[in-house]
Design a protein around this ligand. Structure first.
Ligand code: G1P
Length: 297
């Protein structure tokens, strides 16, 4: 059973400057809940309670948030309204056992993940990129864990992306398994992986979304992975190397709505859609939006 997770939060958040001059991007809230919290909640709900948070120098507030638990948390919430949201947040933070690994320099996603090697050891683990927020009654992490049970190996979540956007994603060359082996989502066997290809070089329109399961052997492979796209050590290249060396790799076309909260427009889309669904602010937000749209015509 997989119980370990890595949440990658070492990036500099340049798309959210100037806010990220002082605040880590992962603590920017969608409505009232930090982006980081959605990843913590998804991990804990999937039984992944041993969590390594990969952070970076200057992002100490992340550590402060993720390691709030027990007495500290109760103290921080003294006088706060006992809302359902606050109770649920407390439960998640109390259940997660989070350790911090620091990525000293931004050398790429593969490099960031390798910072967790000492804590994870030789076990398989789930990796989360908090920029990708997916809403579904069965989380992507749970969907990936089911796929891993059926087919051990490397797993990555994928969804179809517009052809002109392949330069923003890891793109997967794959074929669907002939029989449906999952209760949620569709599993493909991976035959090749390429990071951020030009549209004309992309082997498909299936782009990787930030949820993975890696075997512990990924760490040794990352150490041998040369810099790739953007001159960075890419996890996509490390997965491809591990696959070429004989580890099976699978792409899960998951069920759920994905929000790219790593850029201001995607972040705003999530805030608006989540807000419209919330009984406490939905009706008010709808009125505000309708008025704003009328006035901007
Ligand atoms: C990273 C990965 C990429 C993946 C993407 C998902 O890219 O390198 O393969 O498709 O996350 O969000 P980034 O968005 O950090 O440039």
């Amino acid at each position: 059973m997989i119980t370990k997770a890595v949440i990658v939060a070492g990036g500099r958040g340049t798309r959210f400057l100037p806010a990220t001059l002082a605040a880590p991007k992962e603590l920017l809230p969608v409505l009232d809940t930090p982006m980081l919290h959605f990843a913590l909640e998804e991990a804990v709900a999937a039984g992944l309670t041993e969590i390594v948070l990969v952070s970076a120098p200057g992002k100490e507030a992340l550590e402060h948030y993720a390691t709030l638990g027990g007495a500290d948390l109760r103290q921080a919430l003294v006088g706060a309204p006992e809302t359902i949201a606050v109770r649920e947040v407390s439960r998640t933070l109390s259940q997660a056992s989070v350790s911090i690994a620091i990525q000293p320099e931004p050398l790429g996603l593969g490099h960031a993940i390798s910072m967790a090697a000492d804590t994870i050891g030789d076990e398989p683990f789930v990796t989360f990129l908090p920029d990708d927020l997916v809403v579904n009654s069965i989380s992507v992490a749970q969907q990936l864990l089911e796929a891993y049970e059926v087919k051990p190996g490397i797993h990555m979540a994928v969804e179809r992306v517009p052809k002109e956007s392949t330069i923003a994603y890891g793109i997967v060359d794959c074929a669907p398994l002939s029989i449906d082996v999952l209760s949620t989502g569709r599993l493909h066997e991976v035959h090749g992986l390429v990071e951020k290809p030009q549209p004309e070089d992309a082997p498909s329109d299936l782009g990787i979304v930030g949820r993975y399961i890696f075997p512990g052997s990924i760490f040794e492979v990352i150490r041998r992975t040369p810099p790739g796209a953007k001159g960075e050590i890419q996890i996509t290249d490390a997965m491809e190397l591990l696959r070429q060396e004989g580890t099976s790799a699978f792409a899960l076309e998951f069920e759920g709505n994905r929000y790219d909260v790593g850029n201001p427009l995607g972040h705003m889309r999530a805030s608006i859609e989540f807000g419209l669904r919330r009984p406490d602010i939905g009706p008010g937000l709808r009125t505000l939006l309708e008025r704003a749209l009328d006035e901007s015509r």
